[in-house]
Write a protein that binds this ligand. Sequence first.
Ligand SMILES: [Zn+2]
Length: 235
Amino acid sequence: MHANFVRSALMRSFHVDVDTSLKLCPHCDAVYVRAPLSPDERAYCRRCGGELYRNHEVRIAALLPLVFAGFITYVTCNVFPIVTLEIQGLSTQTTVWGAVRAMAHHGMWPVATLVLATTTLVPFLELGLLTYLLASLAAGRVPVGFGPIVRFMRVARPWGMVEVFLLGIVASMVKLSAMATVVPGPALWAFGALVALLAIVIVVDPADFWEYAAKVASLERARAAEEARTAEEFS
Ligand SMILES: [Zn+2]
């Protein structure tokens, strides 16, 4: 009974037209009937005490400007130099792309690929997909490919490792400072800002998008029904 109940709830969640009145505890699998929460209120599991869900609706609506700011810092990270080294009057500087190319040139393909994927591709995909989702939802419609995108974001999220990259750069800068004059570039500060922005953005669980989209979908349906009724009255 319990398994069938959960399975049918999961199957229905493949459509945005979903019954979001049920909530499965992510820690112990207990099933609850969802109660409405006021902004920033949280619900906890009665059985294990774990957090069930929060009211993220307000935060989701305010996320779009942060994502745009993320894009600006992302471009800064990739266009400007990360660091400038000065040794005996000679100066050299590098960008992320320059570092990736240098590693590939020296045969370090696995590391170059990993750096490119975790610091460039995944953050770009995450920011791009978030912009697409949030802009569509803000415009009052559920975007095409909503389900696969939200599921993909969940899978891709752990592979965004901008903060690990930043930590690596800072550690190597400290080591290099014994041999040369190390000047942090604009991209390094931008990476710091990007880490902070991404940390704020990923507070919202991709699962929260389902609930938000369900509300948008029901408003969309109500609007379509209203339009159909008006058209009928006039014909
Ligand atoms: Zn629980």
